[in-house]
Design a binder for this molecule. Structure first.
Ligand SMILES: [Zn+2]
Ligand SMILES: [Zn+2]
Length: 459
């Protein structure tokens, strides 16, 4: 791993601003220690096919860049980027007696325009189930699931059990003992049942299998609890809304349309981010959501983002991913149709945290990693959805500038970040099992991530 051999700060900097970079190799090469003649050089290559003097790159082109090497492994240089993007540098040791060069380390530095530079990337999962979902695994207690999420490199997690917010509140309460940078947020997967239960327990005691799947992220209270507690008002409202809808649609379709409007409005009223979850869910060999309802939800535009990667379900079933592929193509059509970009989220929809968390996620580019910071990033489209299975390079979806930047972060920032998360998440799991004291976890957590971000952004 690069960061174990050579460290440089900052790695992300501002376009058009001369920036001082300092670095060190974490070892002194044996050739130098043995007294051989060595010379150090910094080489670089721009990633736009052309040099600052207008010369086009030749094959495997690179140039030497002025850099101060101090003989003790430390070095420094000044650099200004003319445009947003990455510049690649190489620290090279030259051995004149042997007439050869050895590359000691290669690193990228990414220049950002003023709008993106103050933001920081935070990885999170916006759709996660626990044992409180009827379809959840019995051993997946909310706090345990949250701790697993940390070990998989997440900075935040929304626990979103079916039709209830309290499991996420339970995890948040339990995480109160940790002084971590990691954030557990309240959430709920909201549904609308076609069949009403007249005793007011609208959603409970049903195995959840309905057409409408929406997420309420970070709302002050549960949308479903509200519906249960105000059952008369809720049903009257649905009936009234149905009256005004296109009679060409069936009664069932109109009920689902009215229900989705009600849920999305209530989510926003409670301060939550409303996400259109997996619009192409394909259980049992067919898509679950009637097309007219999907088009209606889109046209109404009462959601803040569409879950473009979801459907992790219980395993890695390929038919689950087929729905994500359709969703991406559908969204592209919608963007062409409407001429606007649609904010996206990536999530696992996990029902098996150890297997799935970390394989699909959202990178939120936010002013801070608070709930408000993350909600604001989702609402304003400053998110990239990511899917990565096995050793593949991830697939990113979202704004082009953010996707390019995410690719850099995946290679140059997240490896070190994820390693720190792995240790912290494992300690949290040990603490929840009663094997280590939470003081030990907190001693590890203290300032660790603040320092990491400061090192990479230089402020
Ligand atoms: Zn769902
Ligand atoms: Zn779900």
């Amino acid at each position: 791993m690069f960061y174990e051999d050579l460290s440089v700060t900052p790695r992300i900097f501002r376009v058009g601003t001369e920036t001082v970079f300092t670095g060190r190799t974490n070892y002194i090469p044996r050739n130098q220690k043995m007294g051989h003649e060595v010379r150090y050089k910094l080489k670089y290559i721009t990633n736009c096919g052309i040099w600052e003097d207008g010369k086009v790159h030749t094959w495997m082109d690179e140039r030497e860049y002025p850099c101060q090497f101090n003989g003790d492994g430390t070095f420094s240089f000044r650099f200004t980027a003319a445009a947003e993007g990455e510049t690649t540098f190489k620290v090279v040791m030259e051995l004149p007696a042997e007439n050869r060069e050895v590359v000691l380390g290669k690193f990228g530095c990414y220049a950002l325009e003023e709008d993106l530079f103050p933001l920081r990337p935070y990885k999170g999962d916006t759709h996660v189930h626990t044992s409180w979902s009827e379809c959840g695994r019995i051993e997946e207690e909310p706090a345990r699931v949250a701790a697993v999420g940390r070990s998989k490199g997440l900075d935040f997690i929304f626990i979103t059990d079916h039709a209830k917010q309290y499991p996420s509140r339970e995890a948040i309460a339990e995480f109160g003992k940790f002084k971590s940078f990691y954030q557990v947020f309240p959430g709920e997967e909201t549904h609308f049942l076609k069949m009403f239960n007249q005793d007011g327990y609208l959603y409970q005691n049903y195995h959840v299998y309905q057409s409408i799947h929406l997420l309420s992220l970070g709302a002050a209270e549960s949308v479903v609890d509200y519906a249960n507690k105000h059952y008369e008002e809720f049903s009257a409202d649905i009936e009234q809304r149905m009256e005004t809808m296109d009679p060409a649609c069936s009664e069932d379709e109109r009920r689902l349309m009215a229900g989705s409007d009600w849920i999305l409005e209530k989510t926003r009223e409670f301060g939550g981010v409303a996400v259109f979850a997996h619009p192409f869910w394909m259980p049992y060999d067919r898509v679950n959501l009637p097309p007219a309802v999907r088009e209606y939800i889109f046209k109404q535009g009462k959601f803040d983002a569409v879950e473009i990667f979801g459907l992790g379900s219980n395993d890695n079933a390929p038919d689950a991913f087929a729905g994500n592929v359709d969703c991406a193509a559908w969204l592209r059509e919608k963007e062409l149709e409407t001429g606007r970009r649609i904010p996206v989220t990536g999530a696992t929809d996990s029902h098996n945290a150890p297997l799935l968390l970390g394989t699909q996620y959202t990178i939120a580019f936010a002013a801070d990693h608070s709930l408000e910071g993350v909600k604001d990033a989702i609402r304003s489209g400053r998110t990239v959805a990511c899917r990565r299975r096995g050793a593949e390079h991830p697939v990113f979806k979202g704004d082009f500038r953010l996707v390019r930047y995410a690719g850099f972060l995946f290679r140059e920032f997240f490896p070190e970040h994820d390693e720190l998360c792995l240790v912290e998440g494992k300690l949290m799991q040990q603490c929840l099992r009663g094997e280590v004291a939470n003081e030990l976890v907190n001693a590890y957590s203290q300032n660790r991530f603040e320092m990491l971000y400061r090192r990479y952004w230089g402020e």
